[in-house]
Design a protein around this ligand. Structure first.
Ligand code: NAD
Length: 790
């Protein structure tokens, strides 16, 4: 045997990480008093506990206090009590606290890593080298945001008491993603870890005690769905930040509807890992190992769908299988382990069930020849080939070490397959041609795209999803907005339409049909139901009639908005020119619109003229900002740049207010259009003639067909139809409280981004009702990671 043969024949010896410090910590503390509320360690009022165990052996680790609604109430009270002082403290004071937390975590780095691996089952290499250092980086990074708040977010302030609910797959890291920005923004928190993995959060609370975090600023409660629901429904909380399954995310969306709580949801995924034929295949294989087998595939952004170009598919799959055969399945505390156990027996059963179902539906599931440890919840890495796009393994989030493989012929097909999912969290694109990769990235419906890489994260870069992967971003500047509230010029409560409706006498005998039609796909069309409603002047006379739009009209309008490619694909400069042109054409008809406003609303001639002029000015504003509200380049501590691109949300529904019926509509329409969204607008129910008068202005202004669609009718009914429509991506509603609440509740189908005034009107003439605060709602931020260097 020569040296090379000997070298290849060598086996890894065991390399266990010592666990004595963790065992001593476990033995030394009372987990029956594990609720950290107002600076005290408390038992659950009910006396209940739940068990957490070691997934590599099934052995009990601790019996932990199980919080109920009474305990949550106490935690919220503690957070509310601490809020005034904390939010009023200087950025420097808060920065010092965040930095102290980061430094204290550094001193406990090893203990945190070992505890995380014992509780969750993740290989120590991952908790030691990724989870814990990144968690620390979050606190230190956000110390800076605390101090930069006035500089970078003028006019914004912290939202208040925040309820945070996290999953078990990255217990400490998710805690850091939640607590660090909240504290930086001046919020106080009640955080609930997942019931499978309570331990590192308990150690973190001890660290907060020692690091001098003021009492009540951080409260950590333990428990399951009951405790989670008590947080979600607590009236003393102003914002809910949730990371977890899309299923629970939808429950939370519904539960918070109408509550006025700010909400961010970081949910599941089914991310595509796309390998083009010109990729560096060996690098792509290594990326894939990280993409799907990191943390046993229990990763929200796991690259669980491999899309590989046909010509290289066989060669690539062969390489993947060879690499899979070398993955070491074993104890999480062994430094050589690649794959540890799943978090719990129930998770193992779920994964096995999905693999069996996938096989039944035609997938060929291959696993390497490896012997599993005799105890623990292990599952072999699994490669599914022959997967049809409808197979359960291609559609469902498995949350386990299972890779579904499909092939594609060309770029268009790759994009289509990648987007063929209800999720939209992440994607990896592998090609040595960076032009191709950067051509593909913007076309992927995903919040994060990694070029020739995967699972790159940093505290300075936003992370979060499109579609049913949730909304909101975590990390960096983008993430800070989730804990801040903009100053909005709120007006009085909006009354439900029925209460203000006046009966109008209709002119049945009139031979000429003066009913204004709907505006769909660039054409004036009759409403599907052929019904119209009479619109009154301020004096109660008939001013005209408009079509009574229904569900079918909204469906047609959404289809037209979706089909319009000319607008989202136009350059920002093009869009800017069209908006200027709209302004110009409206300006040519100022007198006419002012007269119409006076006639309908009873506004005096001067006020009416002012509203028209302000509408023109607002069009000008957004025309000008169309090519200025740009993304950013982040520079994470890695050999990579991260392009935070502003992309349109997609099809945006707008339900416009009655107050300032022209300015309100334009104030919502213009920012949505400026950022490349296509729009289905329901104008003021009371004064829709101002919108129907706009048809001609739109027709003369080079607006591509389908970019603006207008459906007149009953606001409450049409808002609900828009909310339920799964092809509407965003919805902005300014109507009465009930209509707003219903729109939020009805939006759960595809988790569209909903913005409402919660039943309040805005002072549309105010400068605070224009600009960046609105543009931010009109974009999704996509972070595209581009590594560099050889
Ligand atoms: P889960 O939704 O079951 O639970 C998450 C948390 O919500 C837990 O703390 C749980 O106790 C709590 N909870 C459960 N029911 C609740 C209810 N009705 N009301 C309030 N709280 C409730 O998710 P999980 O199984 O713990 O985690 C896995 C999921 O998390 C996966 O879908 C994964 O993709 C997702 N995830 C997403 C991200 C992201 O950033 N997008 C990150 C990590 C994990």
């Amino acid at each position: 045997m020569n040296i090379l043969e000997r070298y290849h024949g060598m086996e890894y010896g065991p390399a266990p990480e010592a666990r004595n410090e963790a065992d001593a910590w476990l033995a030394g503390r009372d987990f029956g008093k594990a609720l950290f509320i107002g600076g005290h360690w408390q038992a659950a009022t009910s006396g209940k506990t739940f068990e957490t165990s070691d997934p590599s052996s099934g052995k009990l680790l601790a019996k932990v206090s199980d919080a109920g609604a009474v305990d949550i109430d106490a935690a919220v009270s503690a957070a509310a009590k601490a809020l005034p002082k904390w939010s009023a403290s200087s950025g420097y004071q808060r920065a010092k606290v965040l930095y102290a937390i980061g430094r204290a975590m550094q001193r406990h780095q090893r203990l945190l890593a070992v505890l995380e691996s014992i509780d969750n089952g993740k290989p120590i290499r991952e908790s030691r080298d990724i989870d814990v250092p990144l968690a620390i980086r979050h606190f230190i990074h956000h110390a800076g945001w605390a101090q930069a708040l006035d500089r970078d977010f003028p006019g914004y302030k912290g939202v208040g008491v925040v309820g945070q609910i996290i999953p078990w797959n990255f217990p400490l890291l998710m805690l850091a993603w939640k607590i660090a920005p909240a504290l930086a923004a001046g919020c106080t928190v009640v955080l609930k870890p997942a019931e499978f993995t309570p331990l590192t959060a308990i150690l973190f609370a001890e660290i907060c005690e020692r690091a001098g975090v003021p009492i009540g600023v951080v409260n950590i409660v333990q428990g399951g769905p009951e405790a989670g629901a008590a947080i979600v429904n607590h009236p003393g909380i102003q914002k809910i930040a949730f990371t977890g399954s899309s299923e629970v995310g939808k429950i939370i969306r519904k539960a918070t509807a109408g509550s006025g709580k700010k909400l961010s949801l970081e949910l599941g995924g089914k991310s595509a890992f796309i390998v083009f034929e010109d990729a560096d295949l060996d690098s792509a294989v290594e990326g894939l190992v990280d993409g799907i087998w990191f943390n046993q595939g229990q990763v929200c952004c796991a690259g669980s769908r491999l899309l590989v170009q046909e010509g290289i598919a066989d060669a690539f799959i062969a390489k993947v299988k060879t690499r899979m055969s070398r993955l070491r399945v074993g104890s999480p505390l062994d430094k050589n382990t690649d794959i540890g156990p799943l978090v719990d027996l129930s998770q193992l059963d779920r994964v096995k069930g999905l693999v069996a179902e996938g096989a039944k539906q035609g997938a060929i599931c291959w696993q390497p020849d490896a012997v599993l440890p005799s105890s623990g919840y292990y599952h072999l890495p699994t490669l599914a080939t022959g997967v049809s796009p409808a197979n359960i393994l291609a559609q469902e989030e498995v949350f386990g070490p299972v890779l579904a493989t499909m092939t594609f012929r060309n770029t268009e097909e790759a994009i289509e397959l990648a987007n063929n999912t209800r999720y939209g969290l992440a994607a990896s694109v592998w090609s040595e041609n960076v032009n191709l990769a950067l051509h593909v990235a913007p076309q992927l419906k995903a919040g994060v795209v990694w070029v020739n890489g995967t699972n790159m994260f940093d505290a300075a870069c936003g992370f979060g999803g499109y579609r049913e992967s949730g909304f909101g971003r975590e990390g960096g500047r983008e993430g800070m907005f989730e804990y801040l509230a903009a100053k909005l010029p709120l007006g009085p409560a909006i009354k439900p339409a029925a209460a203000s409706a006046q009966p109008v006498e209709r002119s049945e005998g009139d031979a000429i049909d003066r009913t204004a039609k709907l505006f769909i796909g660039g054409k004036q069309v009759r409403p599907d139901g052929n019904y119209s409603i009479g619109i009154a002047t301020a004096k109660g006379k008939l001013a005209g009639e408009v079509g009574l739009g229904n569900r079918k009209d909204i469906r047609d309008a959404v289809a037209a908005a979706r089909a319009c490619k000319g607008w989202p694909e136009a350059t920002a400069y093009n869009r800017s020119q069209v908006l200027y042109y709209l302004a110009e054409n409206l300006s040519g008809r100022t007198d006419e619109f002012a007269a119409r406003l006076s006639e309908l609303t009873g506004a005096g001639a001067k006020a009416a003229r002012e509203e028209v002029e302000q509408s023109i000015e607002r069009l000008f504003l957004y025309a000008g900002l169309a090519d200025k509200f740009e993304g950013r380049v982040h520079q994470p501590p890695a050999r990579a740049v991260t392009l935070a691109l502003h992309e349109p949300v997609g099809v945006v529904g707008i339900v416009a207010p009655d107050n300032a019926p022209l300015l309100g509509l334009i104030s919502l329409l213009a920012p949505a259009l400026a950022m490349g969204n296509t729009v289905v607008a329901v104008p003021s129910e009371k004064y829709p003639l101002l919108a129907t008068d706009l048809y001609q202005v739109i027709e003369y202004s080079d607006v591509p067909a389908g970019a603006i669609n207008i459906v007149t009718g009953r606001s409450a009914e049409l808002a609900s139809v828009l909310a339920k429509h799964d092809d509407v991506d965003g919805l902005w509603v300014f109507a009465d409280a009930e209509t707003c609440a219903k729109a939020e509740a009805d939006s759960v189908g595809n988790l569209k981004r909903v913005w409402t005034g919660n039943g309040r009107s805005l002072d549309w003439a105010s400068a605070d009702a224009a600009g960046d605060a609105l543009l931010r709602r009109a974009v999704e931020v996509k972070n595209v990671w581009v590594p560099y260097g050889d």
